[in-house]
Design a protein around this ligand. Sequence first.
Ligand SMILES: Cc1cc2nc3c(=O)[nH]c(=O)nc-3n(C[C@H](O)[C@H](O)[C@H](O)COP(=O)(O)O)c2cc1C
Length: 192
Amino acid sequence: MAKLLAFAGSTRKQSFNQSVLDVAVAGAREAGAEVTEISLADFDMPLFNEDEEAEHGIPASAQAFKELMMSHDGFLIASPEYNSAYPAILKNAIDWASRPAGDEKILAAFRGKVAGIMAASAGGLGGLRVLVVLRMLLENLGTMVMPTQRAVAKVDTLRNDDGTISDEKTIKQLKALGKQTAELARKMRADS
Ligand SMILES: Cc1cc2nc3c(=O)[nH]c(=O)nc-3n(C[C@H](O)[C@H](O)[C@H](O)COP(=O)(O)O)c2cc1C
């Protein structure tokens, strides 16, 4: 069984990206994956500063996040698009997770892992542009990013009052992404 870690690059209460992430998570679970869904709000990481790291080491919150990544086979990540790229909270978390502590292997949180990525926006592109740079970032760190990805446009029109996604086609596509990510993670785990 594959183990996936799921998180959104938004901590907003009514986050669109959390809504789409929840659907992909459901798809992965239906495919038999064990999914740990977390909020970056629970891992309060300071803005990365190399001097601070040299003096105080990696903060406990960042180390805990990195260890969660290390202990999973892959990731489901839903990211808002901020000015065509990822929000600082997501990049900051990834930067911290890329820093080895003790005898950890280089980029152990990323290498050999698989990621399914998605975005959501009220705009017409659905945050498509953030997926370009998020894919590049993750691949450069050694994570294989699923060729399928989802950018959910006009997501504000596709939700129920409780924030859950209402649109059947969107649900089908997001669940498929979750399922495919789980299946590839399972195969990569079996081969390693
Ligand atoms: C600083 C900033 C920049 C943004 N830039 C974009 C953008 O380039 N493209 C886009 O579709 N939406 C953009 N937005 C709007 C976000 O899509 C919107 O805030 C969305 O709700 C964020 O995702 P969330 O609901 O998961 O928090 C931007 C929002 C902020 C705060």
